[in-house]
Design a protein around this ligand. Sequence first.
Ligand SMILES: [Zn+2]
Length: 207
Amino acid sequence: MNVVFLGPPGSGKGTMAERVSVRLGLAHISTGDMLRAEIKQGSELGTLAKSYIDKGALVPDEVIIDMMKERFTKDDAKGGVLLDGFPRTVAQAQALDAIAAMDACINLEVQAQVIIDRVLARRVCNECGAVHSTKTHEGNACTVCGGALVTRADDNEETIRQRFSVYEEQTAPLIEYYRGKGILHAVDATMPIDEEANLICKILGEK
Ligand SMILES: [Zn+2]
């Protein structure tokens, strides 16, 4: 089974994708993680990708699609994959269909305001990097190391709203694409994380 995961920044998509892929025995393919790994290794593809990122440009479709083609030939992909961060456009989705047929698209739905509230409550330890929330954590000290908790510079309402609307604009055609194929499943991403994982696994046919 091959699954596409969609969800706005701040929806907890990466965490959920990891959990679900482990439970269902699917290879979790995160394009962000793959690109970072290629760049770190200094591979040909990594060097090429870095040249775009350093200019502030998007890595072109052909590069990402070639990377995906290669990834699908790996053994762990034979038992099915869960894609996280790809495709981002209808053109990429069509290219993906030429590599492998997709069986389901999980669309994590969460309103901008929910994400804003979540991110505005976020505090990061400036010693160890642990992430805390003022909703569950009192005081200004890290529970891991005792370091001071601070607010990240880009954790502000304007930046989050901007990121969210860019995401919505980009993803709307993709949602229509998978709806048209009859494989789109919307999931409310504001429910407790265990419930959400159970629901997604059930949708994906977990016995
Ligand atoms: Zn800490």
